[in-house]
Ligand binder design. Structure first.
Ligand code: HEM
Length: 543
């Protein structure tokens, strides 16, 4: 407070709303699960760089100016690092806690949950090295390998759903099925492990736990910010004990979910090591025939030496990171696509016809053809644009940096600024969704779901923006060195599932109000008050 009163910040001139609270600034209304109205206010009343307040009025920048985004995620990516809340606490600060929380402790679990010593938690050179090792198992050739596995799983899903609706239309929670399918797809495709036979309607406890993580943690998202401040108090065992004693049901549930994830990764790694010690033949007997991402990595790791060799902690971290990063995002994306198609029966029918024609009498549509179906691609892109599962990502500047802008920003004092001086330690929120729906880029119909926009040349405002996203001029999978490594996996997964489901089932809206909650990864509930994730649709067989 003293520093703030004595020093002027270069960001003082950046426009933004008046802080809602002198203490917590706008953090609650920005990050809360009902944060949509504040997001709308920021987008409609200010430009693509807007300042809002964190604790004691300290400034944070919400950014979706394309040039600034390019600097944040590509050019100056090592200055705009993951925040301490994300890395140090959720994944790494965890380290002080980890040391003590040897057995399934909260922070240790968080460490492995997200990922311990994994891509999601590493920075700088270490992150680059991990990325180099992992990249090959996410490339297109590897995806081609996985096609039969993906279709086998999706056909299991089809059979189970057919059974549910064989005697007519039923209301079905499609989020639950998409979650289980996404878990099984990353299980078999990513880890060579089957989580769910997908043979009947039941609540897979592991899938339920994973899906519950973001909603369960959301009440604490705000308070998590304090954790780096207290992470040094006492031993890890002490900290865990204290957390366990707090009479907060959601916190206890979070601890339990994290423990479950950690234990599952340990179980899978032990199983794979045992198979590997029996040789390649044994590995090929497992689900996925040893072509899954982890089996490939484990085999390569045995040949690797020095820096290239990954420790068990890293392997464990990568597994948990993979399960979580793949499942929560893709299941949300699939559920959203089905919901939108249920609301647009013409588009649904058009897509069904495209898929039927492409499959003809083949068992399934081959990789290249599936990836190039124009309407399927347009539907996926448009839904990932307008309803990006990931909404914002937060970074923090590690030193003072110049942030150039595509469009000059009018300061509070009326001066026009072509660039901003951003001081070290400033929180930066990357507006993934905000960029995807910016009318200045996408046109006045940016807020409408219009897959047709992808069937014609994109407006010059999109192509000339040079946004750094790795996917279709969108920010959905981010860009730069920390872009989503699994985006080809996600595309294959979504298209395989949609191609099988749409050929066999018709989806229409239920009478329940589905509310998508604002969060780092959006999640649906029935109405605004419920915390139970659900997305019911009416489902019937296509005749
Ligand atoms: C529609 C589905 C998906 C979306 C929207 C999505 C989005 C993202 C985004 C925005 C990031 C950047 C996170 C950050 O910088 O903090 C990311 C990272 C990541 N994603 Fe995805 N993702 C999806 C599916 C997947 C799948 C299927 C996998 C794995 C099979 C995956 C694995 C990862 C991993 C490991 C990272 C960390 C990359 C790194 O830090 O180098 N994601 N994802």
């Amino acid at each position: 407070v003293i520093r703030k009163s004595q020093h002027r910040s270069p960001l003082d001139n950046v426009p933004g709303p008046t802080a809602a609270s002198w203490f917590v600034g706008d953090l609650e209304r920005f990050y809360g699960r009902h944060g949509w109205p504040f997001q709308k206010e920021l987008l409609s009343s200010y430009g693509p760089v807007v300042k809002f307040s964190a604790f004691f009025g300290s400034p944070m920048l919400y950014v979706y100016d394309p040039k600034a985004l390019h600097h944040i995620v590509v050019k100056d990516q090592y200055i705009y690092e993951e925040t301490s809340i994300f890395i140090e606490w959720v994944f790494r600060s965890v380290v002080p806690l980890t040391v003590f929380l040897t057995d399934g402790c909260l922070l240790n679990s968080f460490n492995s949950l997200a990922f311990g010593d994994s891509l999601l938690s590493s920075l700088g050179e270490r992150h680059r090295r991990q990325r180099k090792i992992l990249n090959p198992v996410f490339n297109t050739n590897h995806m081609r390998y996985m096609v039969p596995t993906f279709y086998r799983i999706t056909n299991q899903l089809r059979k189970a759903l057919s059974n549910e609706v064989k005697d007519g239309q039923h209301e079905i929670d499609m989020l639950s099925w998409m979650t289980r399918a996404a878990l099984e797809l990353v299980g078999q495709g990513g880890l060579g492990y089957s989580f769910d036979p997908l043979d009947r309607d039941w609540k897979n406890p592991f899938a339920e736990d994973l899906k519950a993580l973001v909603p369960t943690m959301s009440p604490y998202f705000f308070w998590m910010r304090f954790l780096p401040l207290v992470s040094w108090i006492g031993t890890a065992a002490f900290q865990r004990r204290v957390l366990e004693m707090l009479p907060l049901p959601s916190l206890q549930r979070t601890i339990q979910i994290i423990d479950t994830m950690e234990n599952k990764s340990k179980e899978i790694l032990a199983q794979k090591r045992a198979l590997l010690s029996q040789g390649d033949m044994a590995l090929e007997q497992q689900v996925g025939e040893g072509k899954d991402i982890m089996s490939v990595l484990l085999r390569e790791n045995m040949q690797a030496s020095g820096d290239e060799k990954m420790s068990d902690t890293e392997l464990l971290g990568h597994m948990t990171a993979l399960i979580f990063a793949a499942m929560d995002t893709t299941s949300g994306a699939l559920a959203h696509i089905l919901q939108v198609l249920s609301e647009h029966p013409d588009a649904q029918e058009k897509l069904r016809q495209e898929i039927k024609t492409a499959r003809g009498d083949q068992e399934y549509i081959e990789y290249d053809e599936l990836m190039n179906l124009p309407y399927l691609e347009a539907v996926c892109r448009e839904t990932l644009r307008l309803y990006s599962p990931t909404t914002v990502m937060t970074r923090v500047t590690t030193k003072d940096v110049l942030m150039p802008l595509s469009t000059p920003l009018r300061g509070r004092d009326g001066t026009m600024m072509n660039e901003l001086v951003v001081p070290e330690g400033t929180g930066i929120v990357i507006g993934i969704l905000a960029y995807n729906i910016d009318p200045a880029i996408w046109g006045p119909d940016a807020h409408l779901w219009k897959p047709e926009r992808w069937l014609e040349p994109l407006p010059g405002t999109v192509t000339n923006a040079h946004a750094p996203g790795i996917y279709s001029n969108l920010m959905t999978f981010l860009g730069g060195g920390r872009a989503c490594i699994g985006f080809k996996f996600a595309q294959l997964e979504m298209k395989a599932v949609l191609s099988v489901l749409l050929e066999h089932f018709k989806f229409s809206p239920s009478d329940k109000e589905v509310y998508w909650n604002w969060a780092g990864i959006q999640f649906p509930t029935i109405g605004k008050e419920s915390t139970e994730t659900k997305m019911p649709l009416r489902v019937e067989l296509v005749h």
